[in-house]
Design a protein around this ligand. Structure first.
Ligand code: AMP
Length: 596
């Protein structure tokens, strides 16, 4: 492979020097990139100059922009045909790169980016291609599938990128990569990026690249040493609960919680807000301006917890972040390094905590091997530890409050209360007030049963409808739409939720949760009776396991719904109260013994 001496090639010290199209410069400014990274400073001028390049660079060096910006500069927005193809080894990387390039193209009207990868339906990808997307980011296998179906045509391609080429070969994609290179027009530019340069990659470069400029940049210096790395084993469905407890006892000024998908960002962010935590979420769906505002609030202290996807949090540099939680353990060890680098900034101490489900522990080992560190296992704090922490914090504020004075009103209230309740011990009174102040309502009522129980009941319900014995759906007939989000005809009809008027719940909130999270329509929800600590809801069509699962993570009036099939009054205490609110026409069929 003939290689130019890097110093003979231009090296840019500012983005302005690169003279990128105006729209791209605006996107860079929006992202807050101030100076080009080493790989960008050297790769962008060469690529803009029409040269092929071989970049030896890892994730975290800014390589996506190094090839993405010149790629976009080469795209003709008026030509509705594929002009650039980026091959990546994994679907995650394809998604990330596509999202990054879309962000870089935010001010380039008419430029569309599509990600194509296996394991997801063909049709939406095919439609995006038919609509004239100019940039395709995909995994080699799926790109070949599209080529073979002629849903992807390479005739107008003038720009090819092989990202993480060594990984692609290691994963056995050599043949597919070769095929794409062979089928693309000869008049094209190729940028090959690889973390390592084994002979197989050199051969690809020699065979398919023309006089490439070779650029090697060192791995970015890591901040990892100032970060204490920990993990906890948490079953999937307990993650939000575990996160809340972790945040409750954390001493960090601010925390960032990484999740894998946009949906999870919204879900986790909203769950934290409902629990009264100063939190917000950002994902690729949140507009750039809004994202910036949120990050600014995090920086200023107006916000303490940010839930984010990897792409949305790229380049985020906020000193206050003392804790990074990997709510979803990242698939790529590089992503892990990247995520935990968001804490321990500016020489501060930071902690990283990764949640792993019991069967994800292999991934943890992979991270340990790649980062050459051992993660320390920690236990999720128990509710008692959370309460102890909160009460300790509460009491730590007391001396200052006493100092401030003007407590007569409260002293008198204490005296009156003790006088009216002669049996009450003053320490008990203080303890009860402390418990209430930290939100400890005492032992949970017996009706606070678990999701497992609800699922079990749904499975064992006499009329199973479309649910098979093992609980999955029967395959829909041809042409019949699969209804995973809706109810099952003939399923259990009466459901019990663990929120009642004591929690301030209104029928509208319940209907909202059932139609929003549960995917039902208003018509699916029948009568609602709201009691003191629980409510009964008629859902004549029953609930699918899918809907149940989502509802199990739903909160109404700040409390978990804990939805389960109602089995009528049992040993869990008489229903001595009538419902205050009803939705629907008929009278209660069981339950309330008397109305107040
Ligand atoms: P990459 O190596 O492409 O995965 O990029 C690593 C991270 O650096 C991403 O979060 C980018 O958004 C960010 N980044 C890339 N280029 C720059 C730059 N010139 N200035 C600041 N951040 C950058």
């Amino acid at each position: 492979m003939s290689t130019s001496v890097p110093t003979t090639m231009p090296v840019a010290s500012s983005f302005a020097e690169l003279a990128l199209p105006r729209g791209i410069e605006r996107a860079i400014a929006d992202l807050g990139f101030e100076t080009p990274s080493a790989i960008q400073a050297r790769a962008i001028p060469s690529l803009l100059d029409g040269r092929d390049i071989v970049g030896v660079a890892q994730t975290g060096t800014g390589k996506t922009a190094a090839f993405g910006l010149p790629l976009l500069a080469a795209v003709d927005p008026d030509l509705r045909a594929v002009q650039a193809v980026v091959l990546t080894p994994t679907r995650e990387l394809a998604m990330q790169v596509a999202e990054a390039i879309s962000t870089f193209a935010a001010h380039l009207p008419g430029v569309d980016v599509v990600a194509v990868y296996g394991g997801s339906p063909f049709l939406p990808q095919q439609r995006a291609l038919q609509r004239g997307a100019q940039v395709v980011v995909g995994t080699p296998g799926r790109v070949i599938d599209h080529l073979e179906r002629r849903t992807l045509v390479l005739d107008e391609v003038r720009y090819l990128v092989l990202d993480e080429a060594d990984e692609m070969l290691r994963m056995g994609f050599a043949e597919e990569v070769e095929k794409v290179l062979e089928r693309a027009p000869e008049q094209r530019q190729v940028a090959l990026f690889s973390a390592t340069m084994p002979p197989a990659i050199r051969r690809v470069a020699e065979q398919h690249l023309t006089d490439p400029v070779e650029i090697t940049v060192a791995r970015q210096s890591s901040t990892v040493t100032t970060v204490q790395q920990t993990y906890a084993v948490v079953p999937f469905r307990h993650k939000v609960g575990a996160l809340t407890r972790v945040l409750a006892v954390s001493d960090a000024d601010a925390a960032i919680v990484f999740v894998r998908t946009r949906g999870a960002a919204e879900e986790v962010g909203s769950a934290l807000v409902e629990k009264g935590i100063s939190a917000a979420y950002i994902s690729g769906d949140v507009a750039q301006g809004e994202r910036e505002k949120i990050v600014e609030r995090l920086r200023s202290g107006a916000l303490d917890v940010l839930v984010a996807t990897d792409v949305a949090a790229r380049g985020l540099d906020v000193e206050r972040i003392g804790l990074v939680v990997n709510f979803d353990v990242p698939r790529e060890p590089e992503t892990y390094v990247h995520r935990i680098g968001r804490t321990g900034r500016a020489g501060r101490e930071g902690t990283a905590l990764s949640f792993v489900t019991p069967n994800e522990q292999g991934r943890l080992r992979q991270i340990e091997r790649t980062t050459r560190t051992t993660l320390e296992q920690i236990q999720i704090p128990s509710p008692a530890e959370v309460s102890a922490h909160r009460v300790q914090k509460l009491f730590s504020r007391a001396p200052e409050r006493i100092e401030k004075g003007r407590l007569d009103l409260y002293r008198e209230a204490v005296a009156v209360h003790l006088a009216q309740n002669p049996g009450t011990d003053s320490v008990d009174l203080l303890a009860a007030v402390a418990a209430l102040a930290v939100g400890d309502e005492g032992p949970a009522p017996r009706d606070a049963e678990d999701l497992d129980d609800a699922l079990q009941r749904a499975r064992l319900a006499p009329e199973r409808g479309a649910v098979r014995e093992h609980g999955s759906y029967d395959r829909p007939e041809r042409g019949e739409r699969r209804r995973t989000n809706t109810h099952i005809a003939g399923g259990p009809a009466r459901w019990r939720v663990a929120v009642g008027h004591r929690d301030g719940v209104q029928p509208g909130a319940l209907v909202g949760a059932l139609t929003g999270e549960g995917g039902l329509t208003g018509k699916d929800v029948g009568k609602i009776d709201i009691f003191a600590s629980f409510s009964l809801v008629d859902i004549p069509g029953g609930l699918s396991p899918d809907a149940l699962d989502r509802l199990s993570r739903t909160r109404v009036a700040g409390r978990p719904l804990r939805i389960r099939v109602d089995s009528g009054p049992r040993g869990d205490g008489p229903r001595t109260e009538g419902p205050r609110h009803q939705h629907g026409a008929s009278r209660p069929t069981h339950g309330p013994a008397r109305n107040r």
